[in-house]
Design a protein around this ligand. Structure first.
Ligand code: MN
Length: 728
């Protein structure tokens, strides 16, 4: 039994009343009653009444600041699985919202998770699908698991092990992804307690023995800080916290990374919480006045939040008596987010109705995965997506001093160098991993000790190809900043060069005068004081050609087009070897009338693209034609066709489509052509540099207006960055 557990209704109501939120206490009491009634007579492993478990899952949910519906669902989360009460009854009594939450938690409970590392993504996928788009389901499931872990002692040994492994490999990573730090840490600590009880108690004892000494030191520092802050910022509120390291965190470093307890533990940390962001930076300034900051250890997670929304300022300082400690500075809001993650921003939170943009961003990846699940037929591709997302922060490299640097998977020594400091990155000449020289594009693996070799030689700097070797935005932006500052003449030259190339590529060949006019206009449009600054910006990557060229092209051709008539070529009407059938989107192809229904002119008809025998034409109501094409097996092979009744003057035009080379691009282009009832005379696709491709199509169209609208539609295809008319 754990202390402070809720054991009856009065205790639950008292807990609710002690919170600031405005709960629907009457309905929660009703859920409580149904919980007791449904589970009556059932016992847990601990031999106490079963309903003690849901009470305390509800307590955890209250502690996370969740809403009334979540609390009701927590009370009822095992009712459908373990008792005669049905989901319909719950819906009748508590409404659809609570019923959906209970249903989601029940479904997750029925899943079997794999604890093999490579299948974590599959676990998450299962859980995300079972939750039915409501993240509260997973939060309730985490609370359920947390309470089960707290009371795990009563279970048989093999069950303890099984649950602990599953907790460590399935549930704690999910809590981490959702940014719910206390739940993640408690789950991990409880798992270690059952998986490696000896190490666990060793760490606990070490923590205990140092506690007093540590608290004394921290108290002294706090007192000093407080004195200064009261003096410098008398009207501002502060809260202090000494940071407690989780057992699991220490365990990982001691037993998996082989570090000494003192090495890990003697990093003291103080947290200062205040009201506003401005206060945070003021406090930081004061801290750097009182204490000596250690270079390269300042991190501004306020300006650049971590992926799980975490925000704070971190700095490491040395006191006069030589004590090194970390200071974290954040606002109360940031603190709440750091502690409760996604739950802190839950928009159905009682009494708060906000459209939290950050939450929306945070949820975006979940939504993307769910949406991908609807459209993607290839589940391995889906798993890949989730894996990439899951393992984003997964690698940890070590500096020769023993600092652990966390980097996204795939990071190279370039990223590592810039993560340490820009000056280390820009002066890098080489790198060692575990003592051996490695190439600069060496991909770092967790646990590697990375040493960056630098030079003080003047004039040395990063090379431009590092931009493509770096993975992190941090490194990329620092490299870019360096080039911007240090390499102006080269930037101008390089920028002008690539601009000119791009102009030629899109077919703008102009006189020097016209060229000057174009550049001048563009530079002005993007607020550059002169042409050189504009070219320099292209050179260091501050402005992307792919962003500015389409408009330049449009403006130019608009001008040119106004003075040049469009070339119109009459093409002879095709002979009726095709039986006078026009198949939309396809020209010059073998067309045959099917024998099964023998369509005649005037019949409503449809075409089917056969494998290697052209297009066969059926009557729309032929028994071989599916009634609902979109639901048929191969909907894309059915194409519209009609009898050629009127003669129209058409002209051919050749278009060049430049695009990112991707799957189904041609299909999408064909769809546009077919939907617009254009006939295609030829299509020719080839790969181009940099993962792009170039597609040349010749089409027949009716008018210039028609052509413009065709170009317009083609430009909207995803991946296409330019569509232009070229000579025949
Ligand atoms: Mn349960």
């Amino acid at each position: 039994m754990t202390e402070n557990e809720i054991r009856d209704k009065n205790e639950l109501v008292a807990l609710l009343l002690s919170q600031k939120s405005n709960y629907d206490i009457k309905m929660i009491e009703k859920a409580y009653d149904l919980c007791v009634k449904s589970h009556s007579g059932q016992k847990r492993f601990t031999n106490e009444d079963y309903y003690i478990h849901p009470f305390n899952v509800a307590k955890i949910i209250v502690g996370m600041g969740m809403d009334s519906a979540s609390i009701m669902a927590a009370l009822l989360h095992d009712v459908v699985e373990d008792t005669d009460t049905t989901i319909e009854e719950i819906e009748k009594m508590f409404g659809k919202e609570v019923a959906l939450l209970v249903d989601g938690v029940t479904k997750i409970g029925r899943l079997s998770f794999s604890t093999k590392e490579q299948q974590q993504a599959e676990n998450l996928r299962k859980m995300l699908i079972a939750m039915g788009k409501d993240i509260r389901v997973i939060i309730i499931k985490l609370a359920d698991r947390l309470h089960n872990m707290r009371t795990l002692d009563a279970m048989p040994d093999y069950k303890q092990r099984e649950k602990a492994v599953e907790t460590l490999e399935v549930f704690a990573p999910i809590a981490h992804r959702l940014g719910i730090r206390p739940v993640k840490e408690e789950l991990e600590d409880l798992a270690i307690k059952h998986l490696d009880p000896i190490a666990y108690s060793e760490i606990e004892q070490l923590l205990q023995t140092r506690k007093q000494q540590r608290e004394q030191i921290l108290d002294d520092v706090k007192q000093k800080i407080e004195e200064y802050l009261r003096k410098e910022m008398p009207n501002v509120d502060f809260a202090f916290q000494g940071r407690v390291k989780s057992v699991h965190g220490i365990y990982r470093k001691m037993f998996l990374q082989g570090k000494d307890f003192d090495e890990i533990y003697d990093v003291y940390a103080i947290r200062i919480i205040t009201d506003t962001v401005a206060d945070c930076y003021n406090v930081l300034g004061i801290m750097h006045d009182i204490f000596q900051p250690i270079p390269n250890r300042f991190k501004d997670y306020i300006a650049t939040p971590k992926p799980n929304m975490y925000q704070s300022l971190h700095t490491t300082v040395i006191s006069r008596d030589g004590l090194t400690f970390e200071i974290q500075i954040r606002t109360f809001d940031m603190h709440h987010t750091a502690e409760f993650g996604i739950a802190a921003h839950w928009k159905y939170k009682e009494g708060i109705s906000s459209n939290d943009d950050k939450l929306e961003n945070r949820l975006a990846w979940i939504r993307q995965i769910l949406e991908a699940q609807d459209t993607s037929e290839d589940s391995s591709e889906l798993l890949q997506t989730i894996k990439v997302d899951l393992s984003q922060e997964d690698i940890f490299a070590v500096t020769p001093n023993g600092d652990v640097i966390s980097l996204p998977v795939g990071s190279t020594v370039v990223d590592f160098a810039f993560m340490i400091h820009s000056a280390v990155g820009t002066r890098m000449v080489g790198a060692k991993a575990d003592g051996k020289i490695v190439p600069i594009n060496h991909e770092i693996k967790t646990g590697e000790v990375i040493e960056i070799l630098t030079t003080n030689q003047a004039g040395h700097g990063p090379s431009r190809d590092w931009m493509s070797i770096a993975v992190t935005n941090q490194a990329k932006s620092k490299i870019r900043a360096w080039f911007k500052k240090e390499r102006r003449p080269e930037n101008i030259e390089e920028g002008k060069d690539s601009f000119d190339k791009e102009l030629r590529r899109i077919g703008i060949n102009v006189s020097e005068e016209e060229y000057e006019a174009i550049v001048g206009e563009v530079a002005k449009r993007y607020h550059f004081p002169n042409n050189d600054d504009f070219f320099a910006a292209i050179g260091y990557g501050g402005i992307l050609l792919s962003k500015i060229m389409p408009r330049i092209r449009d403006d130019y051709f608009k001008k040119v087009q106004a003075s040049k008539p469009i070339q119109v070529v009459e093409i002879p009407e095709k002979q009726s070897s095709t039986g006078g059938v026009v198949v939309e989107g396809i020209d010059n192809c073998l067309i045959k009338l099917s024998k099964c229904c023998a369509p005649l002119p005037g019949d409503e008809i449809i075409g089917f693209i056969t494998r290697g025998h052209g297009v066969s034409i059926h009557k729309r109501d032929c028994t071989n034609v599916p009634k609902d094409i979109s639901k048929s097996e191969e909907p894309k092979r059915w194409i519209s066709a009609h009898w050629n009744t009127k003669k129209t003057n058409k002209f051919t035009s050749t278009l060049q489509i430049d695009s990112i080379d991707r799957d189904n691009l041609i299909v999408d282009i064909m769809n546009v052509i077919s939907n617009m009832r254009i006939s295609l005379n030829s299509i020719n696709a080839k790969q181009a540099k940099g993962g792009n491709c170039k597609i040349i199509i010749t089409i027949s169209c009716e008018s210039v207006e028609h052509l413009k609208s065709i170009i317009n539609h083609l430009e909207k295809i995803s991946g296409v960055f330019s569509v232009e008319r070229i000579g025949q």
